[in-house]
Design a protein around this ligand. Structure first.
Ligand SMILES: Cc1cc2nc3c(=O)[nH]c(=O)nc-3n(C[C@H](O)[C@H](O)[C@H](O)COP(=O)(O)OP(=O)(O)OC[C@H]3O[C@@H](n4cnc5c(N)ncnc54)[C@H](O)[C@@H]3O)c2cc1C
Length: 389
């Protein structure tokens, strides 16, 4: 991820450069013209998912036998970064890659064969449902549960704030398989939302940001899940599975933050070069220069760290505390920098149709979802306590 060439990432090869160029060209041609409409209609077109699949954007981490290119997480990082660099939040590749990695890591051969080719070609859109009305940060407070029945399970309960809730074909649902708060009491299920008696999707929720991405409640009323729907082949492994995959989800959000920061800085520099105040270009005012210089310095620090994290993720060595730092600092810096950029735009930055205003409203959720900043700090502090214990 080196749009400026300032940081020389150890993982960035000639093949990565070619891939990045092709992703950028594809987004310019086929995503940019659709972005306004997606924000109005509340979701990205399915046809775009399929085009992204055809272009090889969705399957970089999937083996060739399932339609992927087996190229690795660093290629997914490029897709994530480039999406955010375009200020795009409707098309949620971040959820698709998270879902894909759960199945790659834990799925049986039958589950991989059933779901991965569709996730890779864009004919299947994924979602992951953990949060409930009374359980967000504290996942062990979850009450959605399954009962074992002949040939499978019956699922009851509800989830809230689920990205792709109204449009997903496949939902990974976390549910309690044993009563109480025991760490091993959860399991993950692959729910086929295209054909599911007892599943009700709530309407798309109205949000203060990310209007182009659908978010909704899901209600489960005695939903039947076959034994083959249990992710992997053993029950009660949901909590460790979540804990192992969450670092990737957190890094994904950090990469997204970096792309949005770069987008905000570029757009603000361009504006400040063209805006005159008191007979001078806005960019010639010392305050503007200092604000942009600080933002750029922070972005480059973040980029170096993200590049290290991507290399670690590629080597399957990204630990919880490091991923939490990426999410924490990415999301916090994104909000800080984008907010300062809005100020430099003046009134133009407050107009909903401006790119910087979109970046501003879309940034806000970054410190909340995927593990709130406070939870990231807890995880980092726990690792310090262990290290120095
Ligand atoms: C747009 C959007 C999309 C989302 N998409 C998904 C999705 O696809 N799938 C999914 O499962 N969930 C999704 N979520 C849910 C999201 O992950 C949760 O909102 C988030 O984890 C916080 O949980 P909560 O809202 O229940 O807040 P709470 O957990 O109730 O937290 C409220 C406040 O308390 C603080 N807090 C909590 N615990 C501690 C602590 N130990 N120490 C200090 N402070 C603490 C929090 O940081 C927060 O500030 C989404 C949310 C949004 C807004």
């Amino acid at each position: 991820m080196q749009p400026t060439g300032v940081t020389s990432a150890s993982w960035f090869t000639e093949e990565h450069t070619q891939f990045q160029t092709s992703v950028r060209g594809f987004f310019d041609r086929e995503m940019t013209p659709l972005q306004d409409r997606w924000r109005t209609q509340g979701y990205a077109d399915r046809s775009f998912w399929q085009r992204a699949g055809e272009m090889g954007l969705l399957g970089a981490a999937a083996p060739e036998e399932f339609g992927g290119t087996d190229a690795g997480k660093s290629y997914e990082a490029i897709v994530l970064y480039e999406t955010a660099l375009k200020g795009e939040t409707s098309w949620s590749f971040m959820i698709q890659t998270v879902v894909l990695h759960y199945i790659l890591a834990y799925g049986t051969e039958a589950q991989k064969t059933k779901w991965i080719p569709g996730l890779v070609d864009g004919s299947i859109v994924g979602a992951i449902a953990m949060t409930e009305p009374d359980c967000g940060s504290d996942l062990l407070a979850m009450t959605s549960s399954v009962q074992t029945v002949e040939g499978g399970y019956r699922l009851n309960g509800s989830k809230t704030y689920i990205t792709h809730g109204t449009t997903a074909d496949l939902v990974i649902v976390a549910a309690r398989t044993q009563p109480g708060r025991s760490g091993n009491a959860l399991s993950l299920f692959l729910l086929d939302a295209r054909d599911c008696d007892g599943l009700t999707r709530g309407p798309a929720m109205a949000k203060i940001g990310t209007p182009g991405s659908d978010t909704s409640d899901l209600f489960f009323d005695n939903v039947y899940l076959s034994v083959g729907s249990l992710l992997g082949s053993e029950p009660d492994l949901g909590f460790p599975q979540l804990m192992t995959q969450l670092p990737w989800e957190r890094l994904v959000l950090g990469i997204k933050a970096l792309g949005a920061i770069d987008c905000a800085i570029a757009s603000t520099v361009e504006f400040a070069q063209n805006r005159s105040v008191f007979g001078k270009r806005l960019i010639d005012m010392q305050n503007t220069r200092f604000k942009l210089a600080e933002a750029k310095a922070k972005a480059e620090m973040l980029r170096s760290f993200m590049n290290d994290c991507i290399a670690a993720a590629e080597a399957n060595e990204l630990d919880t505390a490091t991923a939490s730092m990426a999410k924490l600092m990415g999301a916090e810096l994104q909000n800080q920098i984008v907010g300062e950029c809005v100020q430099l735009f003046g009134g133009a930055g407050f107009m909903s149709e401006s790119l910087i205003a979109r970046l501003y409203v879309d940034a806000r959720v970054q410190t909340i979802y995927g593990g709130a900043s406070e939870i990231m700090k807890e995880l980092i502090a726990k690792s310090l306590d262990r290290e120095h214990g």
